[in-house]
Design a protein around this ligand. Sequence first.
Ligand code: AMP
Length: 283
Amino acid sequence: MREFSAPQALFHHVSGLKSSDKSIGLVPTMGALHEGHLSLIKKAKEENDIVIVSVFVNPLQFNNEGDLSGYPRTIASDIKILVSNDVDILFAPSESEMYPSRPSISIQFGELANVLEGKFRKGHFEGVGIVVGKLLHSANPDRAYFGLKDLQQFLLIRKMCEDLSFPVKVVGVETVRNENGLALSSRNLRLTNNGLEIASNIYKGLKIVQSKILSGESVKEIKNQVIRFYETTDGLEIEYFEIVDTINLKPIETYYELDELAICVAGYVDGIRLIDNLYLRLK
Ligand code: AMP
């Protein structure tokens, strides 16, 4: 595996690969790699000649100092995982290589960034937009892979690439879960064993919504019941829980005429913020 830390060196190397007609897949990550990341890598390997994985904990997208300083950093074991999964290139820039100076531009995503995560994590998506823009410029991939666990992020990045004509296909990959349904996340490393048990109720709530939608109950009734389920789960503190359309991510009142919807939730366990969602096709 080749390793790069300077954006220009990566760009130069990729230009050489592209001139010999190699297709490039990019998997952006913040490291502490798990099976969720590996499913993105697997898909990228299936669809491209060369796979680049980036590992960079982006300070710009954290709106909470404790969350940033406590974010797991496991680069030595990440490298082993990447090598054993036949990844071609690791791009792991330092903070100063990525941000020689603090960016003065800002990216406004509009309405789509003001709901769900955007409502509770001010500035988060602006930071994501800047780092993904930089990664796409440096790696110049044909395809970039994002997890649908971060559904809003996926939709925003896809829109950004369309709006700014990035010549890249943005590919969404299904969420990987543990045996209890808990979505894998680097943040799970910070949970206690008891916390892991409690956190699996996040997905249980989503599955309750799914079964109630399939049996035709009203949105209002479903929301009341699931909010009660979450409220009575000790150790779980829900930040938001919404049933939304998949275009604007706005809360819906009925779903009878929709083709698809998403159930989105964020909450805290052991003081760690976790998110999850379920994407439902109705027709
Ligand atoms: P992160 O390192 O948490 O920033 O995640 C890097 C990429 O992996 C993002 O596109 C995430 O959406 C994706 N990802 C994280 N967890 C999972 C998961 N459990 N299943 C699938 N993709 C995931």
